[in-house]
Design a protein. Structure first.
Length: 137
């Protein structure tokens, strides 16, 4: 990734997508996608810290896997009707990834353990490698 500093605040030129002096931003979201050696199963792992299995939603549509969820915690202490401490925290995740092979949507299983969601699905039969018999012409 190359680094170029952002424009200074006093540069009031209008923004243009054609300018080549903006930095390239890339983020690694921590999501991992694997296909097993036999090309029979796709596995996706993604961090979902603080979220319970009921807080996480997973959808699959047109080759795209979407993992998302939100959890909120609140705490408030009152003394003689006055708030003396108030605390709120919201944690959310939102991952979208394409899968390297088409999958059988009926075979998808998702489990959350130790703050990581693991999604496994079988590769669709039509996308598995097929050996073609070669005949003498």
């Amino acid at each position: 990734m190359r680094y170029l500093p952002l424009k200074p605040l006093f540069d009031y030129r209008p923004f243009s997508w054609e300018e080549d002096n903006w930095p390239d931003f890339q983020m690694n979201s921590g999501i991992n996608v694997y296909v097993d050696e036999k090309e029979t199963e796709v596995t996706v792992e993604a961090p979902v810290p603080g979220l319970e299995p009921t807080d996480v939603k997973v959808t699959y549509h047109d080759g795209m896997l979407h993992i998302y969820g939100t959890v909120s915690e609140k705490d408030e202490d009152r003394k003689k009707g006055k708030v003396i401490k108030k605390w709120e925290m919201t944690s959310s995740v939102d991952y979208v990834t394409s899968l390297p092979r088409p999958i059988d949507a009926k075979s998808v299983e998702a489990k959350v353990k130790n703050g990581v969601i693991t999604i496994k699905a079988k590769v669709a039969e039509e996308s598995k490698p097929k050996e073609i018999e070669v005949k003498v012409g």
